[in-house]
Design a protein around this ligand. Sequence first.
Ligand code: ATP
Length: 278
Amino acid sequence: MSQAAAWEQQSAAAAAAPVLSAQRVEKTYRNGTHALDEVRLDIGRGEFVSLLGPSGCGKSTLLKMFAGLEEPSHGHIRWWGGNLATVGTPERTLAMVFQEATLMPWATVEQNVRLPLDLRHVPRAQADARVAASLKRVGLESFHAVLPRELSGGMQMRASIARALATSPNLLLMDEPFGALDEFTRNKLDADLRDIWSRQDLTVVFVTHSIYEAVFLSSRVIVMAARPGRVIADVAIDAPGPRDEAFRMSAPFMQYCKTLSDYLTLANQQGDGHEAQH
Ligand SMILES: Nc1ncnc2c1ncn2[C@@H]1O[C@H](COP(=O)(O)OP(=O)(O)OP(=O)(O)O)[C@@H](O)[C@H]1O
């Protein structure tokens, strides 16, 4: 086989591979906490997957592994079919958004959003265009020159999302980004995030405690139980219409919430059971 044919075969295989794959992943922290047990999960291109579960079930641990910030004790994580070293090319870029906006307090919104591009030495004109487009996408274009402390919590989180989007990620990992916001702001940001996701080639993994948020946003919800953390349900949210206020009031929405609520009850019972054995 020629070199070109081999490359073609390799890239076709990568395109077919899941964006993320957790293969029998276990995590035991140094203090002995068994945070995850045999997690198997494939996430395909373009999915919006939420990780839902009680406190301590390992959602953040799994997300950190997906970001390459933690290593499994056993098992493997695969990104587009490869290891972490293969991440970072233009087609395989990941970005993470944390619960705190983590903005530099002394820098303007624009400077904050520009930071990851400066770190990657993106040429000035290209960076200007990307920063402007990202700020526009989150509705902060007229706030580019202000400092983070002049923004509300919701707007700070928008800036944090703009900073992630500026890197043109193919995979966006979000750890309960709207958990600290009031319900109205959270609903608005959820709707905007869903809109951003639907307009581009983006795979999202989103950690949340909220059943309502998970159903509103996701194409698929993974329910986890604690002690040790594991997947107990994988629920497709098959609601093809627009995700808007009417959807929040609809019968299918309520039905999905009920289904997830039942699984969460099970997750809590199983977690308590495990804890009782210790
Ligand atoms: N660095 C660490 N060292 C030791 N134990 C840890 C560490 N990070 C997390 N843990 C423990 O691992 C378990 C899973 O934690 P993790 O934060 O992943 O859960 P979570 O589902 O995201 O929780 P929450 O919803 O409360 O954020 C918990 O028991 C937690 O105390």
